[in-house]
Design a binder for this molecule. Sequence first.
Ligand code: PGA
Length: 252
Amino acid sequence: MSQPEYLIAGNWKMNGLGADADALAKGVAAGASSAPAVTELLVCPPYLHIDRVSAALAGSGAQVGGQDCHNEISGAFTGDVSAEMLADMGCSYVIVGHSERRDGHREGDPAIWAKASAALRAGLKPIICVGETEQERLAGKAEETVARQVRACTPDGVDGSKIALAYEPVWAIGSGRTPTRDEIAAVHKAMRDALEDMLGADAGGGIRLLYGGSVKPSNAKEIMTLDNVNGALIGGASLKAEDFLGIAATCA
Ligand code: PGA
C-alpha cells in the first residue's frame, strides 16, 4: 500500500463563514508542502464551503472531505447530502458516525454502516468514528464498546486503501481531556484485533486508526508514537492552520 503512514484530518464542524474557510484553507495550503512525507493532510469543512476549500487547496496535496453523508444516492431527504454529491465536489473522504451525529441525530451503528457503505459506493473513503461515553469508560467497558462498534460499522471486504477508523472517546471531544497513553493504546489494540478478526491480518492490519479528542500540537507527539495510532482526527485545533500543521509536524 503506497499511502502515507499517518492521516491527519481536520474536522471543522459547523464553524466559519466563507471568508474564514478561505483563509483557513489558504493557510493549510501554504504549509502543506512542508508537512512530513509520512502524513496525508485532509480537511473536512461544512458542506457549503467544500467548493471554495477545494479551490484553495488545489495543487497543495491537502485533500478535502465531508463531515457526514446520507446512505441513499438521491431522493426526498430534506437537508441531506449524498456521498456521490461529495465525490462530485472533489471530496476524497467522508467522516461517518461522529459522536455528534450519533448523539445529536440519533444515528446508530446500522445507519453508520450504511453511510460507510454508501461512501465506498461513491468512491469515497469513509473515516468511521467510534468511541465510548464516560459512563462506559468508568464501567470498564471502553474496549468492549469500541470493538463492538468497529464490528457493527465496518463494511465487509475493505482494506486500508478504502477506509480509516477514528477512536474518539466521547468525553474527550472538545473537553481538553485525553485518555492516558496506555488507555489509547489498549483501545487501538482492541480495534486492530477486531479488524484483523473480521477482515484477515493483511487487510485489517493495514487500516489506519486515528485518535481524536482534544489533540493539539503539545500532546500530539506522545499520541502519534503509540502502536496502532496512524493519525489524528482534530476538531478545535484544526481551526488554526498553524496548530493543524503543527500536529502533522509531530509525525516526522
Ligand atoms: P476536538 O474534536 O479536537 O475539538 O476535541 C475532535 C472531533 O470531534 O473530531
